[in-house]
Design a protein around this ligand. Structure first.
Ligand SMILES: [Zn+2]
Length: 427
């Protein structure tokens, strides 16, 4: 088959039509090299970790997203090989740092003048929050992506123009519509160019199960995300450029991808609310709610980045509170005290650790994880306990499909192995 770099639209057709497995081409993992493609006359697309769309019309350029703080230089170089038209406007689909890094590079060019950055009004709040929580976000990235050290920017190119609900822009006389919906974030914009039938979804479509439950990040909005997908599905778009992963061509294919993702989220929302309304605990929700099987098997809804179990927890936080319904966890003892007590009852932390290893060997990794962690909390320096904990969470990492679960379990594994942490790919 063609390399995805050669023909991204043909590549996406094959993925959607089931001709190539999505697992071989995880579209939201960081890649070393970005590449440029002109998808249609005047519609440039940079395939990067987070994609960038460049719309050239009437001698002007509009960017939808601007490259991440790591990839911005590549994005800038690739776009400038395509056109020297001045960037008048850059739209941020949201404020995640993989989407908002490149504007200063275009602004630094001679004679092109300033870029007007347009975004939803809450992007500004997000950047303020990022500056206050840079350390935490650096650690998240380190854990989530298996990096050698914390990594997060502290300087941001803030928007010049913000809007609340909808906003029309022009690029060289061509009308460009911005629309706000909450979904992955509270500051999301999707872009619709009616004359070109072009839809830029931002991260409302990223070729994997919606990133709507991320365990380490701020609140997400599954029901509103689904509503946004249905709004976009009704437009009759002929070309869809997602925030991550290859572009999709063809109205029917686009509608199918968007409506199935909407139905997937709607089902998780309805199932979780039904249990919450019946008085269930979080534990019951987490272990009961499942995405519909016929949707869960679709290539563009695989849990390779986030996963539905985390969406359930995110819904609990959204509609309920932080308490999980278990009275023991409302005002708990320190974890290490509980662990010490249980270790003593069991006959020592080593007994807990050995039982953890046995459970892991039998394939009950969830239970093994609890016992390994209890053993480590009770006897953090015990070499046998450390070895078991590393082994159990290493096995958990191996057994998971989502980058987020693998990141957290890999982190625990490395905590318990001797030697300095080395960089590790996010796979
Ligand atoms: Zn993104």
């Amino acid at each position: 088959m063609n390399d995805p770099i050669d023909d991204p639209i043909e590549f996406s057709r094959r993925l959607i039509d089931g001709e190539v497995p999505i697992g071989d081409h995880h579209p939201v993992l960081p890649r070393g090299e970005s590449s440029f493609h002109e998808l249609a006359p005047g519609i440039g697309w940079v395939d990067s970790f987070a994609n960038v769309v460049a719309l050239e019309h009437g001698g002007e350029l509009l960017l939808v997203d601007a490259g991440g703080f790591i990839h911005a230089g590549q994005v800038h170089r690739l776009l400038r090989r395509w056109t020297s038209a001045p960037v008048r406007t850059a739209v941020y689909t949201h404020g995640h740092v993989d989407h908002v890094g490149g504007v200063p590079l275009f602004e630094a060019e001679d004679a092109n003048g300033a870029v007007e950055v347009v975004a939803h009004e809450r992007v500004t709040d997000r950047f303020d929050r990022y500056r206050r929580t840079a350390g935490y976000n650096g650690v998240i990235n380190q854990r989530q992506f298996g990096l050698a050290a914390p990594l997060f920017p502290t300087e941001f190119r803030y928007p010049d123009t913000t809007y609340r609900r909808d906003l029309d822009l022009e690029v060289g006389g061509l009308r460009v519509e911005l629309h706000h919906d909450r979904g992955e974030t509270d500051d999301h914009t999707w872009v619709w160019v009616p004359e070109r039938r072009l839809l830029c979804t931002g991260d409302l479509m990223i070729w994997v199960a919606p990133n709507c439950g991320n365990p380490q990040k701020a609140q997400r909005y599954p029901a509103e995300w689904a509503a946004a997908l249905r709004r976009m599905a009704g437009l009759g778009a002929e070309l869809l450029c997602p925030g991550h992963g290859p572009p999709i061509a063809g109205a029917e294919r686009i509608e199918r991808v968007l409506t199935t993702a909407a139905a997937y989220l709607e089902s998780l929302v309805e199932q979780t609310l039904e249990l919450m309304n019946a008085g269930a605990r979080l534990d019951e929700c987490v272990h009961t709610v499942r995405p519909p099987a016929e949707l869960a098997e679709l290539p563009w809804l695989q849990p390779l980045y986030d996963e539905p179990e985390f969406v359930v927890r995110n819904l609990w936080r959204l509609y309920g509170g932080w308490w999980d319904g278990n009275p023991a966890t409302l005002k708990p003892a320190p974890e290490a005290h509980l662990a010490g007590e249980l270790a003593e009852l069991a006959g020592g932390a080593g007994v807990l650790a050995r039982r953890a290893a046995a459970l892991a060997a039998d394939g009950d990794l969830r239970l093994a994880g609890h016992l390994a962690e209890l053993a480590a909390l009770a006897a953090p320096d015990d070499p046998e306990v450390r070895e078991v904990r590393a082994g159990v969470f290493g096995a958990r990492r191996e057994a998971e499909s989502s980058l987020m679960a693998r990141g957290v379990f890999g982190w625990a594994e490395r905590e318990s192995t001797a030697g300095p942490e080395g960089p590790e790919g996010p796979g």
